[in-house]
Write a protein that binds this ligand. Structure first.
Ligand SMILES: [Zn+2]
Length: 328
């Protein structure tokens, strides 16, 4: 039997009673918004946007949560309601936790010297849900970050507190033991849905900023070069080369058959993407090998772009008469 959480209406009612309760009240940031933390963040992220340096600098909006963090020494000002809620879920059998998503809204830019305060509220506790991980409850907290009376932004954070589903028993010998589980599905979200629509139509689409024309992959909601949110797409020509690769031996993953090569392909258009190289054994993949796009159908629902290594005579055509790649 799987470990099922207690399912009484009583539990649901007790959990719902925490909606609207404070998770932190009038807590203050440990440090004012400051240039050194901004600099470290930008270095770690590789973000060279000039808006984050100089006398009129603002903090990167995505740093919002960083200013609220208590560090290793923890934070004063937390309420006990959140801990109580998690304790109640623990008692009901929902002993595991996973962070599922975070959503931020930026209302006013933060600048060095700003001193922030924040309140956090338990915004919602879902009904009992069954997921692949197990059965449990989604708990969403919303943090409002202020400078004086002004709202600077909100940070919503959602966790799933759940009772882990019991693992299926190992199949018996002679039954489905040799049947490989299906390949994992891509995670399609509103930022990358267009890419996967393209793949379904057997087209590899690269995002292009409509302001500065910079191409980008993987898909993002805005341009990392100029910050512009609007974009269109260009269809990749399908040619490229192996920019780098690794050969996976361990850990074994049931949907795959190690060893296999995972390659970073540089498309002729200049962007790079992770994919598989087909047409050569895993130990013959080399940096610089010319490749051409193909779409491989793994099962009824899953089509993925892969790259086939070109033979020397094909590559001469593909690269317009350049030096052919030497194969062993
Ligand atoms: Zn741009």
């Amino acid at each position: 039997m799987a470990h099922e959480p207690r399912t009484s209406d009583e539990l649901g009612r007790r959990l719902k009673a925490y909606e609207g309760q404070a998770a932190a009240v009038s807590a203050a940031g440990k440090d004012p918004v400051n240039a050194p933390m901004i600099r470290h963040w930008c270095e770690a992220m590789g973000d060279t946007n000039p808006a984050y340096t100089g006398t009129d600098a603002i903090a990167p909006p995505t740093m919002l949560q960083a200013w609220t963090m208590g560090g290793l020494s923890g934070h004063a000002g937390r309420s006990s309601a959140y801990d109580e809620l998690l304790g109640l879920l623990d008692e009901s059998g929902c002993t595991s936790v996973v962070a599922t998503d975070c959503e931020q809204e930026y209302v006013r830019p933060l600048r060095p010297g700003d001193e922030i305060t924040f309140d956090a509220v338990i915004e919602s506790v879902s009904d009992r849900k069954t997921t692949k991980l197990g059965t449990g409850y989604f708990v969403t907290t919303r943090m409002d970050i202020r400078v004086g009376p002004d709202l600077a932004g909100t940070h919503r954070f959602r966790i799933l507190k759940y009772a882990p589903a019991q693992r299926k028993e190992e199949p018996q010998q002679g039954t489905a033991r040799h049947e490989r589980p299906p390949r994992p599905r891509p995670v399609v979200n509103r930022d990358n849905a267009g890419f996967w629509e393209g793949v379904r139509e057997r087209r590899l689409l690269i995002q292009r900023c409509t302001a500065c024309s910079t191409l980008r992959h993987p898909w993002l909601p805005g341009c990392a070069t100029c910050g512009h949110p609007e974009w269109d797409t260009v269809e990749a020509s399908g040619t490229g080369e192996v920019y780098s690769y690794v050969v996976m031996h361990h850990p074994p993953f049931p949907a795959f058959d190690p060893p296999y090569a995972v390659a970073l392909i540089e498309l002729t258009e200049g962007v790079r993407m992770i994919s598989n190289v087909v047409g050569v054994p895993y130990d013959e993949v080399r940096i610089g090998m010319p490749v051409r796009l193909e779409f491989e159908e793994y099962d009824e629902e899953l089509v993925l772009p892969v790259f086939r290594v070109l033979r020397a005579e094909e590559s001469r055509v593909a690269v317009g008469g350049g030096r052919p790649y030497e194969t062993r």
